[in-house]
Design a protein around this ligand. Structure first.
Ligand SMILES: [Zn+2]
Length: 308
């Protein structure tokens, strides 16, 4: 009940957030890949062609597969008519645990995409402390959104609200990957309206691991938010640990996120949210890398979940 009160008062406190709530809660609120300037977002311009070129350069150290081509019927004559979703995998598939990292599900939250080459560099070091993990990275999860600098895909849909009957090709691709890879945990890279970095850990994730991530970000002197991006005060600095109640709340409000889909399959999701208004690009990109690094360094074990 406290959480419900916090949620309601959070929405009540942030008038702008309240007004925008229907857009952020519904599946396909836009006409197409619209560019919005809500809640102080400072968009990072990202050259998608250069991004693909950079990512595919890692093919010498990772297995790189094109998972799907996403059509862009809204493209201008000179622009590509479709864009690939790529998957990169570490080559030690026999590792005890599997991590799936998802970047760019919201196409206008570019810091997570910029973190991917750094995460690949980190994985390429093959640190002994990370040896227990096989890692798969899916990027960009919403390529048309990235091409247009939009939260939405070509149909105006928010992919991260489409994990029930998956109307969008992007959500189907991601669901199929989760079913085939059966990851032990998911890290989803986002940006948000809160003031500083925050991490959301779903019901099947570990609060202890979440605290370790926030501590590691603080240690590197990156600002951490005391407020959730929805506007309410966080009980723990920088961390929102969701319980089963959140799964229920998302279900009854038809808020079908990747995290809820994963929870129903017993998989914990760690959603990294950098500050999308921060002027310092490093403050936006580094926390995602630090989060992955911290989660990899935690000894993979079956008990790495608080949920039953
Ligand atoms: Zn997002």
């Amino acid at each position: 009940m406290l959480v419900l009160v916090a949620l309601v008062s959070g929405f009540g406190l942030g008038c702008a957030r309240l007004k925008l709530a229907p857009r952020y809660l519904s599946r396909c609120p836009a006409e197409g890949p619209e560019v919005t300037s809500d809640l102080g977002i400072r968009p990072i311009s990202l050259d998608l062609a250069a991004y693909y070129a950079e990512i595919t350069r890692y093919a010498d150290r990772f297995d790189v597969v094109e998972l799907a081509q996403i059509p862009d019927p809204t493209a201008a004559a000179a622009a590509p008519a479709e864009y690939p979703i790529l998957v990169l995998r570490t080559r030690d598939r026999g590792a005890a645990k599997r991590m799936l990292i998802v970047a760019g599900i919201h196409g206008n939250e570019a810091a997570g995409l910029l973190a991917v080459p750094r995460i690949l560099d980190l994985l390429a070091e093959r640190r002994p402390a990370h040896a227990g993990w096989a890692v798969t990275i899916l990027t960009p999860a919403n390529p048309v959104g990235v091409a247009h600098g939009s939260r939405y895909n070509a149909e105006g849909c928010d992919i991260n609200r489409d994990f029930q009957d998956s109307q969008t090709l992007e959500a189907r691709v991601l669901q199929d990957l989760i079913v085939s890879e059966r990851p032990d945990l998911i890290v989803s890279l986002h940006e948000g309206a809160q003031d500083g970095f925050m991490l959301v850990v779903t019901s099947m994730g570990s609060e202890e691991s979440g605290r370790a991530v926030v501590e590691a970000v603080l240690e590197r002197e990156i600002p951490v938010s005391d407020t959730h991006f929805l506007g309410f005060a966080l009980g723990t600095l920088g961390l929102s640990k969701e319980g089963r109640f959140y799964d229920w709340l998302k279900t009854v409000s038809h808020h079908y996120t990747l995290g809820l889909y994963a929870s129903r399959r017993g998989i914990g999701t760690y959603t990294t949210e950098s500050d999308w208004a921060a002027l310092d690009l490093e403050q936006r990109v580094r926390p995602h890398v630090i989060a992955v690094e911290t989660l990899l360094a935690r000894v993979p074990r079956d008990a790495d979940a608080d949920g039953p």
